[in-house]
Write a protein that binds this ligand. Structure first.
Ligand code: GCV
Length: 682
């Protein structure tokens, strides 16, 4: 077997050794494999293990002495038994975790640790996850892909799971995977898929030849309550089974998938299931056999169901070979048009996985209407932690605020009352949010790699942290989570100047990024293929369906029912009506829904053209302030980390200037309207 070199020492993420815990006394009552993990954690942190929970400073006690098995939890938390649940009683003298099951104890341990290290207010509260499935999808390839490399849209080095055509299973690799599992458990993430949804010939074999090695990865994650899933190719019966069809209604195809599932479960008894991208961007799917996506999904679901496995079937289906001259086709409509008619046709163990926006993980998009259109289907919300369209982990962009907005969007009610996110405009009777509608849980594309700091940009660790915590509880305040991440990672109290610097750098960094890139929700305008840096017309005459339609008079995509593509009509009321008219569409999304003149006045009072100039000039100044703030932090942080952030901020500033000058100049030339403040345009 090929021996890999030992990977470099990796960063402890938000779990550096905690001297403040050392010497505390902990008692852990009960028997469960995950309680053994907690015991090992306590030893690792230097706590003293004692028998008597009555005297211990930290006590973990079962709610009832009989622990249910840490088996499959596939229901929405709202209807499920209280699994993964714990009560944390945090007092000045004692911190007690009363847990319902093994996962509850593990999550309770990390919550107790967090409460002690962040000096959380004293009190007692019961914690249960909002959704039973909290997942990360890795887009890692086994082979180095000629265009996408080892990790598709990965900005943090190679894969931690695969290297040069092999599954990584050296002791050092498995140790790092275990450390990753530990970090995920500390947030409450309980599922990961380890390979790319674009499944090439080599990756298809994870289901066969590689199973023993995949099982070794699953074993490294198991002590952390994290279950492993695989992405599969719909063409596996042809690629692996020697069949001449993958038709979901063909008996030999059904037998192939049953055998495949049986084999996987023999190797990995707690295997999570299959993730699949079908009939999308060149991936095979049921359309080739004139079958529906429900036929395709149910084929896999029936093979997995005897084992309790799940199918995550992605709704990211659209025509990527569109003729740009065809104004009637709208990519934003596609997922709804394909999936809404199939509601009710999916088996119970199918989860339709829906990207948060109707296009593709832009810095700003409306929330996908598909999430409100499948009442009889289990749907999962898909977010993107890896910064494909948000600066490639070269730009410091904290996405917690963006995700909180998505999770709290209430498709059947009006906007939240400012300052009171749970309160809606008068008259709204159905106030369910996206987090409520995502009965199949929450998932996200991961942002880590084999980079020593895991995420390329050290500050991008905050995104993984915020994602995991929001997946557990979508009501958490994303800015409080940022401070929590700072406190845990840098052992910095809020009064510490370093904490203030980090906070100021990241706090509104999403809005900063938005301000110097594509304006008012129009999206794209990025360099084709790489998706980094500006190229206003890069996708304008391409087959990908991502257009802005800027001309000398105006810009934006008319997606209204009255005169446009009709996309606005895919929303329930009151949003369908709101998005139908520019005056009631939020400014941030104006150009997503409407084609307007450059002189159109926004709700803010500025014209579209002046808004473009102002935000792009301001965006660069905000990045300049970030650079200066970081320079002032020199000496207060590890020099290696300081340099890495400094070098990335320099690139962010260079890139923001490039965006500003290209966007502003393009629209000045197109519109002929000068900047009211006379700043330099080219
Ligand atoms: C994994 C976008 C990305 C692709 C990605 C795809 C998807 O188009 O650019 O790299 O492929 O989304 O989500 O499947």
């Amino acid at each position: 077997m090929h021996q890999h070199p030992t990977p470099p020492q990796h960063h402890p993420l938000w779990l550096p050794p905690a001297p403040a815990l050392r010497g505390l006394t902990v008692a852990i009552a009960g028997e469960h494999p995950l309680l053994d993990t907690v015991r090992a954690e306590a030893r690792r942190e230097g706590l003293t293990l004692v028998d008597d929970p009555g005297t211990a400073r930290i006590a973990l006690v079962p709610e009832s002495p009989a622990l249910p098995d840490a088996g499959v939890t596939t229901q929405n938390a709202a209807t499920a038994a209280p699994t993964e649940t714990f009560t944390l009683a945090h007092t000045p003298t004692r911190t007690t975790v009363t847990y319902t099951d093994g996962p509850g104890a593990l999550y309770g341990w990390f919550a107790a640790r967090r409460a002690l290290l962040t000096h959380a207010p004293h009190g007692t509260a019961t914690h249960r996850p909002h959704a039973a499935l909290r997942m990360l999808n890795h887009w890692d390839n086994v082979d180095i892909h000629p265009h996408m490399g080892q990790v598709e849209r990965g900005y943090a080095g190679g894969s931690i799971f695969f290297e040069r055509g092999e599954v990584r299973t050296s002791a050092a690799d498995l140790e790092r995977i275990g450390d990753y599992g530990r970090a995920l458990a500390s947030l409450g993430i309980n599922r990961i898929s380890i390979n790319n949804v674009n499944v090439h010939r080599r990756e298809a074999r994870l289901l066969t030849d590689d199973l023993p090695r995949v099982a070794a990865i699953a074993a490294a994650l198991r002590p952390w309550g994290v279950r492993l899933h695989l992405s599969v190719s719909f063409s596996s019966p042809l690629l692996l089974g020697g069949l001449d069809t993958a038709d979901p209604l063909d008996a030999s195809v059904q037998a192939f998938w049953r055998d495949a599932a049986d084999r996987v479960y023999r190797a990995i008894p707690d295997f999570g299931g299959f993730v699949i991208k079908a009939d999308s961007e060149g991936q095979p799917g049921p359309f080739a056999y004139q079958r529906s996506h429900a036929d395709g999904a149910n084929l896999l679901a029936r093979a997995l169901s005897p084992h309790g496995g799940l199918v995550h079937w992605r709704a990211f289906v659209y025509n990527h070979r569109q003729d740009w001259r065809d104004r009637s086709t709208d990519r934003a409509r596609a997922a709804y048009d394909h999936f809404a008619p199939l509601d009710g046709e999916f088996d119970d163990n199918v989860i339709v996985q829906v990207k948060h926006g109707p296009m593709d993980f832009q810095a700003r998009e409306p929330v996908s209407p598909v999430l409100a259109a499948l009442p009889r289907t289990r749907v999962a919300l898909e977010l993107q932690v890896t910064q494909e369209y948000t600066g490639h982990q070269k730009h410091a962009v904290y996405l917690g605020r963006a995700w909180a907005e998505i999770l709290r969007f209430a498709p059947f009610a009006g906007p939240a009352v400012p300052g009171r996110p749970s309160q809606r405009a008068a008259g709204a009777s159905d106030t369910r949010t996206i987090a409520d509608l995502a009965t199949g849980g929450i998932t996200a594309v991961a942002n880590i790699g084999d980079d020593a700091c895991w995420t390329g940009h050290p500050l991008a660790q905050a995104n993984l942290y915020a994602y995991g915590r929001l997946a557990w509880d979508p009501q958490l305040d994303p800015i409080a989570l940022l401070d929590e991440w700072i406190a845990l990672t840098f052992a910095a109290a809020p009064s510490d100047p370093l904490a203030a610097t980090l906070h100021s750098l990241l706090d509104d960094s999403w809005e900063t990024y938005e301000s110097y890139t594509a304006p008012l929700g129009v999206g794209f305008m990025v360099t084709p293929h790489t998706h980094y840096g500006p190229s206003v017309d890069g996708y304008e005459y391409s087959p990908w369906g991502t257009y802005h339609f800027a001309d000398r008079d105006g810009i934006g995509v008319d997606r209204t029912v009255a005169t446009g593509t009709g996309f606005a009509g895919q929303y329930p009321e009151p949003w369908a009506r709101a998005f139908e008219r520019p005056g009631t569409t939020p400014d941030a999304l104006l150009l997503f829904f409407h084609h307007v003149p450059y002189t159109h006045e926004l709700r803010s009072g500025a014209t579209v053209i002046q808004h473009i100039y102002d935000t792009h000039f301001e965006g660069v100044e905000r990045v300049r302030a970030m650079v200066d703030a970081w320079e002032a932090a020199a000496g207060g942080v590890d020099p290696g980390l300081f340099e890495r952030v400094r070098e990335r901020l320099a690139e962010q500033l260079r890139s923001a200037i490039e965006w500003r000058d290209q966007i502003n100049t393009y629209f000045w030339r197109a519109s002929g309207i000068p900047d009211a403040r006379g700043r330099t345009l080219y």
